[in-house]
Design a protein around this ligand. Structure first.
Ligand code: CUA
Length: 327
């Protein structure tokens, strides 16, 4: 029976094992800089788990190495070892200590989860859409959609992660969050950005041939910059909606046949010969059974060999009127 603890050899081994363990933890840059409150807490928990495991690892490994060296069998020793009964005191210790450790980790983990998912009343909501192979971000309050996620510093953002086709996974390493985008399910994530900067958005679920290039960016900007960006993006959407409405109005207004004839000569008569009376590259227009809406649509969007966009706005209205007059 071995009763005296060999403190010096054990201590020497422990120092070496601890140095190697600490070195690989400290020398390698394992985690990106935490850029949200959630990442700070999660990374803190991760390092707590690591160092706690490291302590047990050093104790167990040191004893193991010492035992292998001290009680190794000599080459000519073919005997069975003596039967040993075990050590009740030791067994109680190695059951109770890990149990306490587990409870500590569970409580710490619960606190982190609770705080990371505490919802703020003044949060901003952003819809995150995943599809093969791109990310789109919708701001429901402003009615805009972007290809880059823009969020303000110092305010909570709720991300409603959704998939438009297959399963993807929204991951921003610096944010310390990662969430599956599953068709038919809205996965809610919360972030409280703490550092301005541009960070990568990575798809972390194999979703098809373009999975590895399914990247995007998130910009964390100051509250002031965010307000300015949002106002600008909203104004742009409004302007383009208004412009589209105005263009539609111009196109659909009653056109002038004479002006339309001039447009036809310039843009259409290359294919529709003799002012549309005979077939050239394109068919004759005289005798066409298309309705006004169909004519307008075909000039706008093209059909078959005919390209779209030959006339727009008032020109389009005029040429439609001319075609109507000869068909
Ligand atoms: Cu989307 Cu991988």
């Amino acid at each position: 029976m071995y009763t005296k603890i060999p403190i010096i050899p054990l201590a020497v081994i422990a120092v070496v094992v601890a140095a190697i363990t600490a070195a690989q933890a400290l020398i390698i840059d394992w985690l990106p800089p935490a850029s949200t409150e959630q990442a700070e807490r999660t990374f803190g928990l991760l390092w707590f788990l690591f160092w706690m495991s490291a302590v047990f690892f050093v104790i167990v490994t040191s004893i193991l190495i010492y035992a292998i060296w001290k009680w190794r069998a000599s080459d000519d020793d073919l005997e069975d070892g003596p039967p040993t009964h075990g050590n009740t005191k030791l067994e109680i210790v190695w059951t109770v200590v890990p149990s306490i450790a587990l409870v500590i980790v569970a409580v710490y983990g619960y606190i982190v989860l609770e705080r990371n998912e505490a919802v703020a009343a003044d949060r901003i909501t952003v819809d995150v859409y995943a599809q093969q192979f791109m990310w789109t971000y919708g701001y429901p309050e402003a009615g805009i959609e972007t290809g880059t996620l823009v969020v303000p510093e110092g305010r909570q953002v709720q991300l409603n992660v959704r998939a438009r086709d297959v399963i993807h996974d929204f991951w921003v390493p610096e944010f310390g969050i990662k969430g599956d985008a599953v068709p038919g399910i809205t996965h809610t994530l919360w972030i409280n950005p703490t550092k301005t900067g541009t960070y990568p958005v990575v798809c972390a679920e194999l979703c098809g041939v373009g999975h590895s290039v399914m990247r995007s960016e998130v910009k964390v900007v100051s509250a002031k910059e965010y307000a300015a960006w949002l106002a600008k993006a909203t104004a742009r959407v409004k302007a383009s909606t208004a412009a589209a409405a105005a263009a539609t109005k111009l196109e659909s207004a009653p056109g002038d046949v004479e002006a339309g004839k001039a447009v036809f000569e310039a843009k259409c008569s290359g294919c529709h010969a003799d002012l549309g009376k005979t077939a050239g590259v394109g068919p004759a227009i005289v005798g066409s059974t298309l309705t006004t809406d169909q004519i307008r649509d075909q000039i706008k969007n093209g059909k078959g060999a005919m390209p779209g966009g030959l006339a727009t706005g008032t020109d389009l209205a005029d040429v439609v009127a001319f075609v109507e007059s000869i068909k």
